[in-house]
Every structure is written in C-alpha cells, then in structure tokens.
Ligand binder design. Structure first.
Ligand code: BGC
Length: 751
C-alpha cells in the first residue's frame, strides 16, 4: 500500500470511531448503519445504551449524535410527562392527550379498520409528543375475570386478539413510533405478578397464550416487545431463554428489541445471556424498594460492565443487545421518514368516538326499549343513576392512567344529546370510589357524598318511580382491586351493593337500562329484570358521546363480546381447581383448565362426563360447566336484525349471504368457527378462525367469504413441537356468536 493511502487507512480505523457523526447516511440499509455505529462505540457507550437513564428514557450516544429512546405508556393514550426519576407527573401544561377507548372496547368492535384507525391516531399523538416507543398494546389472554388489567387487553380468544393487534401495530409504526407489545408472556393475573411461576402445557402456551404475540411480531412486525414480570419454567419472563431466544428469535425470527417491564429484570447473568436488550425501571433491591437515580447499578449497567472488564463474560451478547437497540433507534428516533404527528386533533376525537361507539355491546334489549327515540312532544323524564355516570375514568388504573384534555361523562353525553327533548335528572344512587388522583394528575372532581346507602337508595327509588326511563350507569372503576394494575378484583359481583340497587330500581320502574362501565365481566343476577343492558367499557375522552350515540340511536350497536360472561366466578374454568390454579400456591400457578379457556370451556356445557387426558405428563380433568353463560363470547345485539342464508362450501371457499332484515342500517360480525370432528388429541368443540364485519343498509344483502387454510385446522403437537393439521373431516360453522350457529358445513381436509 502506498504511504498516503496507508496513512488514510490507519486514520479511518483508529480515529474515525473517536470522531462524531460519521456514519453511513440514512439511505443506507439499517443493518449496515447498525454495524457502522456499533463499530464506533466504546464499551462504556455500549453499556449505556442498554439501560435506562430516567424513568422512561434510555440514552443514545451523545458523542456520535445518536439520540436516546423515549418511551411512553400506553396503551390507551400518551401518558403525561413524569419527573426525571419519579413517577409523579412533571407538571407540564402541554401534555394532555386524547384518551382512546380501552383495548377491551377495541377488541369488541371486531373491526380491524377500527384497530388501524386506533393505531394511526395514538401513533400520531405519540409522535407529536416526541415519543419513540409506545408501551402497548397488551395482548395477554383473558383467563380470569378477576385480572385487574383485562381492560388493557383484547379478550379471551387468541384469534380475535391476533387479528386486532396487527393493524394497531402497523398504524402506530407507520408514524415512526415503535409499539412495545406487552406483557410477554403469561401475565394473566396481577396478584403475585412479580413472583408467580406459570405452569402450563405447551399446547396451552402455543394455542392460547402466544398467538397474539406471534401475530404482533410476525405479521405486525412490532419493533419492540416487553417482557412480563412473572416467571415461566423458573426464569423471569424478561430474561427467559425459552420465551426470548427459542420462541421470539428462533421460531418467530423477530429482530425487535426486548425491553424489560419496569422492574422486571431480576438477575444479571440471565439478563446478559437470555435475550434481554434494554433494561428499564429496575429498583435496587428488587421490587420492594427503590433508590433514586440508581441507573448505574442496574443489572445491565455497572454490574455487566464489571463482568466484562474482569473477563468473566465476553462482549458477544453485548454487541447483540446494542444491535437490537440501535435498530430500534434507527427505526424510530433516527428514522428520516418519520411523521410529525398531531395531538388532540378533531380527527383524534372523532376516531375515539367512532371506536367507542362501535365497541359498545348491546347485550339485552327487551321490548325494543332502546334506542330511545326523542320527540319534543313527549319530553320523557330520563333518570340517570349511578356514580359511573359522572366519574372520570381516565385517571387511575395504573400505568395506563392519562391526563386527558377532556372527558365527556355519560351524564354529560346524555344531557347534551337530549337537550330540551327530555327532562334529564341525575341521582347518585351509591358511593363507590371518590378518589381521583394518579401520580399527581387529579380529576378535579369532588365525589364525596356523606349520605348513607339507605338515603341514596331511597332517593333513587323515589325518583325512579316517576321516571319514564332509568339509565343506571354503573360497573367498576379504576381503583385498586377493581379494573386496575397491581391487584386483582376480589369479587365477581358488582361492587358497592349495585346489585341490590339495580333490583330496587327494577322493582319500581319497568324501563331500566343498565350501562356497564367496566373492562371485565361481572355478575348480573338481575339481567332478566332490566329491559336493556349495554357493555360500554372505559371509552376515554369520548365515553359520554359514544354512550349517548347508542342510547339515542345515532349509532346502531355492533360490538360483540371479546370474552364470555359467566353467571358466577365458579363458572370460569380457571376457578375450578382451587388456589393452585388461581392465584397459585407458594409462587406456583398451574393452568389446569389447559386449553379450555373462555368459550372453549363454555362449549362443553351438556357434555356428560369430565374430559380427562394427559399432556406432557400432567393429567387434566375438565369438568363440564353446570350452566350456559349469561352472555356468550362473540355475542352482541343490534337495533336491526340479520338473516343468514345460502351458506356454501366450494373447494376451500366458504360463503354465506347476510341480509339486513330490519329497518335501520347496521353492522353484523359474521364469525367462522372450526371443529375437528375426529382428532388424535382432545380439542375444543370449536375455535374461532375467521370473522368479518359487514355494513348493511336496511334490506341489503352481502356475501361474506372465508378461505380455509391448513393453519385454521391445526393444533399444536407438543411431542413433535409443531403445528399439525390432521387429514379428515372438519365442520365449518357460520355464526353470529359462539352460541348462535347458522350453518355447519362439513369440510374434508387432505394434505
Ligand atoms: C407496567 C407496564 C408499563 C410500565 C411503565 C409497569 O408496571 O406493567 O405495563 O408499561 O410499568 O409504566
């Protein structure tokens, strides 16, 4: 080599890494940029980028002009800014957001377009607020109605959650913001979430608990994923070699960054070797107590550095982690094509209202009580009862708590829509949770009421006697032991003696409409005594508008339940084996209902004998349910009616015609369930494998088609560790809910 060239070569090898901002331009392939940046980073810089520097950010490499990563909860809106090293809000005045409906509501739309709209809208809000990673969506399966975080997830069915999560991920990431799908995996309860080890069969893992995560990573292409707090096979999920290395990396081929849940990293050696990339929220002595600005003593900080410096561990894993973090940075904060975003726009309010309206589920409508058709000449008296008619629900619930720019309460929505056309009155009826504060964000509402329950009931009953309609807005709230993180519900029944109050109202008024603001199923012993029931979720900023839209018929309800509503807690499969199956004994929980979660269990009603089988050395005994569910999975009424006809099977194509036979435009969710008539393993009676939401004008007919593919027929063979579709006969069921089947067609599968 000639002297000047040699000199240049030495200069580039030795000096370039020390100089700033000399890396491949943004048009170069990301993997090249990663290698280039990696080659310029010092050991200390590499260590710095793999752990947090504040509650929600990790540093970049300032010397090289590589920005850090800013995360935000998620998953229903953009969390207010918090102080650098505290959970308390920073007190900014420009960080209010639009609160979107909770993910249970999104799932209840059964409309993938709504999911995409949600993703784009929340992604824009995140982008405008300069966030790179949105901590959500959550797709943990609804195993028990007691789980305090079910409202943040997408229901009991892996197929529904899989289909709904993908457009959300895409919509967010199109804005240059990463989704961080959580909590991977098996975080199905909040009680003991920090130490419970989940024991389950591979079939349950692969068939029930993993599909939505797989869809988010493979089909959605999520750029990050959050490890759960709990353990699986004795290893914490945040550094679990099976979940992260074997499944996420090898089986799913994901190149996403693995982010720990806040405080979910528990062991330095495993954090190094088992696939964690980015450590957040670690407290110094585990989870019980914290020290301030403890970032240097995070597992992936000085402890890791010291191990490298002493030669105890090499840097192979470190480089891999840094690559994954750099990839996340290049896809988000250094993405030259990222959008600018928008916040609190009219479009976002409209999106929130639309999604909320589509998610509301009409469970009962005796005597066509709903919608209430307002006529100025009649001016009915509408009595609104219940704390949830006035209580702000966007504050509370844990990390998904928000500082919403505004929140329309159900009472406001009803009053606004009724205007002068009705005499709208309000009485409290019961006092539940009067709190309204989370991390320094306050609702500003004073809900204190010192009257006794007897006084409140008497007032409500008296008023109900004179009312034309009683709209009872109750349900749960976001207080601890309700729909709230870090604790589960203690009872299946509605809290604050609402059952008694509803029955008392129904005894004096024959037009009681019950509106449940909640994210979980609850008992409804009075379900036949009230005229109408609406499941209205936590719907964020636009709650009141959406509720009024449905009550007064501006929106024809089209939501369907994303979970089964059973009569009592004992009717849920996870609650039939005692504490060993929930919440666990001595830090071990066993999913003894196996794959029979939700409707897969409810479908066994009528089976005479217990189903007994062995799987991977464990004996399973599934006792059939004693009664039908109060409301089945996939169920939801409309103000119009639909007729199904002409179901045909042609090759692999199944087609059905749906006609709107009522007088209003409406939407119907056509559902396809598959049964394996004869299998070499025990299988559920049927499983959801397709759905399609169709909009139909009055009198209109549309055809809906599904293409049958082998993956719709498969089960997970634990011994062979692979999905298997066995040859033979299957039944294809066209249905409007898991309990309303219109046509069942035999299908013969040959490989
Ligand atoms: C929750 C996560 C959340 C994180 C940051 C954790 O306690 O489990 O869902 O994203 O805190 O707030």
């Amino acid at each position: 080599m000639k002297k000047p060239l040699f000199f240049l070569f030495i200069l580039s090898v030795v000096c370039l890494p020390m100089m700033g901002q000399v890396y491949l331009d943004a048009s170069a392939p990301i993997e090249d940029r990663i290698e280039d940046a990696l080659s310029r980073m010092t050991l200390q810089e590499k260590i710095a980028v793999i752990h947090a520097q504040s509650k929600f950010s990790s540093p970049g490499v300032a010397r090289l002009g590589i920005p850090g990563i800013w995360c935000t909860d998620g998953p229903h809106g953009i969390r207010p800014e918090v102080l650098w090293d505290e959970w308390n809000q920073a007190g900014w005045t420009n960080d209010s957001c639009i609160a979107f409906p909770a993910l249970t509501c999104l799932a209840a739309t059964w409309n993938t377009d709504m999911s995409y709209l949600y993703g784009v809208s929340i992604g824009e809000e995140a982008r405008y607020r300069n966030k790179d990673v949105l901590l959500g969506p959550g797709v943990n399966i609804y195993r028990t109605p007691l789980n305090g975080r079910n409202f943040e997830y997408m229901g009991e069915d892996p197929y529904l959650a899989s289909k709904m999560v993908v457009p959300y991920v895409k919509g967010v990431q199109e804005q240059g913001v990463a989704t961080c799908v959580k909590h991977y995996a098996l975080n199905n309860q909040e009680v003991d979430r920090h130490w419970v080890n989940v024991n389950l069969s591979d079939r349950a893992l692969y068939e029930i608990y993993l599909p939505a995560f797989r869809a988010a990573m493979q089909e959605g292409g999520s750029w990050s994923i959050m490890g759960a707090y709990n353990l699986y096979k004795g290893q914490y999920a945040c550094h679990n070699s099976i979940l992260l290395q074997d499944i996420l990396r090898k089986e799913w081929g994901s190149d996403a960054a693995v982010i720990s849940d806040w405080g979910g990293t528990m062991n330095t050696d495993q954090a190094i070797t088992n696939g964690l990339d980015l450590e957040f929220g670690t407290w110094t002595d585990g989870l019980s107590d914290g020290a301030s600005s403890a970032y240097d003593i995070y597992h992936l900080a000085m402890p890791y550095l010291k191990k490298i410096q002493s030669g105890e561990v090499g840097t192979k894993e470190l480089d891999e982690k840094v690559r994954n973090v750099l990839r996340l940075i290049f896809r988000t904060s250094m993405n030259p094509n990222k959008a600018f975003g928008a916040m609190c726009s009219e479009a976002h309010s409209a999106a929130a209202r639309k999604i909320a309206g589509e998610g509301i589920v009409l469970l009962r409508n005796a005597n066509s009580t709903l919608p209430i058709e307002l006529k100025a000449s009649e001016r009915p008296t509408i009595l609104v009862v219940g704390e949830n008619a006035i209580k702000m629900m966007t504050v509370g619930g844990g990390s998904s708590s928000l500082k919403a720019k505004y929140e329309i309460s159900p009472l406001q929505g009803i009053q606004e829509r009724a205007g002068d056309m009705a005499n709208v009155q309000y009485v409290r009826g019961y006092v539940g949770d009067v709190g309204g504060e989370y991390n320094g964000v306050t609702t500003g509402q004073s809900l204190q009421d010192d009257r006794t329950p007897e006084q409140l009931t008497a007032e409500a009953v008296e008023a109900a006697k004179k009312a034309d309609y009683v709209i009872f807005v109750g349900g749960m709230n976001k207080a601890h032991n309700q729909d709230c993180e870090d604790g589960d519900r203690l009872h299946y029944e509605l809290p604050y003696a609402q059952d008694q109050l509803i029955s008392a109202l129904a005894a004096v008024n024959n037009r009681v409409i019950f509106v449940s603001i909640s994210g979980n199923a609850h008992g409804m012993p009075w379900s036949q005594d009230v005229e109408a029931i609406l499941q209205a979720w936590y719907s964020g900023s636009e709650t009141g508008h959406a509720v009024a839209d449905v009550i007064f018929g501006d929106v024809n309800p089209s939501g369907k339940l994303p979970y089964t509503i059973q009569a009592t807690l004992a009717d849920y499969p996870a609650h039939q084996y005692g504490e060993i199956a929930y919440p666990g004994v001595e830090k071990q929980v066993h999913y003894l209902e196996d794959i029979f979660v939700g409707y897969r269990y409810a479908d066994l009603y009528g089976t005479r004998r217990p189903i007994k089988y062995e799987s991977q050395g464990v004996q399973y005994v599934i006792n059939p349910p004693k009664r039908k569910p109060t409301y089945p999975f996939g169920f939801g009424l409309s103000y119009t009616t639909f007729a199904y006809s002409e179901a045909t099977l042609n090759g692999n194509q199944i087609t059905v015609s749906v006609t709107n036979t009522g007088s209003r435009a409406g939407q119907e969710v056509v559902q396809l369930y598959v049964s394996d008539s004869k299998a070499s393993v025990v299988r559920p009676k049927k499983e959801l494998k397709g759905f399609c939401k169709v909009a139909l004008q009055s009198g209109e007919t549309k055809q809906v088609s599904f293409t049958i593919t082998p993956d719709m027929l498969s089960f997970f063979d634990a011994d062979a560790h692979q999905w298997v579709a066995e040859e033979g006969q299957f039944m294809m069921h066209i249905a409007s809910s898991s309990a309303d089947i219109y046509a069942s067609l035999p299908y013969n599968y040959k490989k």
